[in-house]
Write a protein that binds this ligand. Structure first.
Ligand code: GDP
Length: 331
């Protein structure tokens, strides 16, 4: 594989090259992983210039309609928009979010938009890592707004919040009822809450819901000293509120940019990414290296024959001393 050419083509914004680069990061083949890391290291100086947005909401709230409308609004303003996703469940159901070709039909035909479904398979950590790498690649290819979507059901929100500048939560006019279904933790992650479907018969309910959400947010500790989470109304269907939302995103970036908080946030995210890589790779090696011992020890712990702490100690000792099945010291 000609990595130098691939790099050049990605930097020129060629979509096929970009898709190929991302596929390389998603591969589990060790030679592909090594090539992907080399490519990423080469591309790194060209990354980081985008607005990184995380985006969540329960199914049916209007995420794809919103991303389609918002993405199209942004490309209309001269931006280049990449849409990525994190959906750990796609391993189970064969790809759900963004996997469906009928979603975002207009945006997917837009020359200034690039849409990539969630990598499938593996743990949340693995899916998140591949999405992070895809984010760097689209940045190198010149996309200046990156939207990372996830479904509003759990841990993947935390993973997304950990790789973006700003976290947007999409809610529907259901108001207080819906608030019950949304984990408080997800509400706490939000820098911007958007009440979608503020149109027609739903408009009045959307306004009431927005007031409820404002009250709820008011009770939470602000994430940043430089920004107070806002609640805004939108209609993805009628293209309403999109410009105001973009203005709020710019205001957020200005507030955190001037204070140096954005740079500090990204620096911390990079370090925490490094640690999760170490964690994931160690765990993989650990399991590959001592499969029988791990299996035996799990059974002993399950049977109550060995205390978990002691079992962990023994397995770690065996791993660190390079004992166990062939593979040496975990190399
Ligand atoms: P997702 O599951 O969160 O991606 O939601 P979809 O984008 O597929 O939308 C779910 C349903 O809500 C669809 O029937 C949309 O037409 C509808 N919908 C989305 N946005 C709006 C909106 O702004 N107003 C109204 N009235 N309906 C909307």
């Amino acid at each position: 594989m000609d990595l130098a050419k691939l790099k050049d083509d990605i930097l020129k914004g060629r979509r096929r090259a970009l898709a190929k680069g991302i596929t390389l990061t998603e591969s589990s083949r060790p030679d592909h992983r090594a090539a992907a890391q080399e490519l990423l290291a080469e591309l790194l100086p060209h990354t980081g210039k985008s607005v990184r947005l995380g985006f969540t909401g329960t199914p049916g709230v209007g995420k794809s309609t919103f991303i389609e409308a918002f993405g199209t609004f942004l490309t209309g303003q001269g931006h280049r928009v990449a849409v990525l996703a994190i959906d750990p469940s796609s391993a189970r159901n064969g790809g759900s979010i963004l996997g469906d070709k009928t979603r975002m039909e207009m945006l997917s035909r837009d020359a200034n938009a690039f849409i990539r479904p969630s990598p499938s398979g593996g743990t949340l950590g693995g899916v998140a890592r591949r999405t992070r790498e895809a984010m760097l690649m689209v940045e190198a290819a010149g996309y200046d707004v990156v939207l990372i979507e996830t479904v509003g059901v759990g841990q993947s929100e935390v993973a997304v919040a950990d790789m973006v500048d700003m976290f947007l939560l999409l809610l529907s006019p259901g108001g207080g009822d819906e608030l019950q279904g949304i984990k408080r933790g997800i509400m706490e992650l939000a820098d911007l809450v958007i009440v979608n479907k503020a149109d027609g018969d739903l408009e009045a309910a959307a306004k009431r819901a927005a007031a409820d959400y404002r009250a709820a947010l008011h009770l939470m500790r602000p994430k940043s000293a430089n920004w107070t989470a806002r609640v805004m109304l939108a209609s993805a269907l009628k293209n309403k509120g999109l410009e105001e939302i973009w203005e709020a995103i710019e205001a957020y970036r200005a507030a955190l940019g001037q204070s140096g908080e954005l740079a500090a946030l990204r620096a911390e995210q990079a370090v925490s990414w490094m640690w999760s890589e170490i964690h994931d790779q160690l765990m993989d090696r650990f399991r590959d290296h001592l499969p029988e011992q791990v299996h035996r020890m799990e059974q002993q712990v399950r049977d109550g024959a060995t205390p978990p702490g002691m079992a962990a100690q023994e397995l770690l000792q065996a791993f660190l001393s390079g004992q166990g099945t062939p593979g040496g010291s975990g190399q």
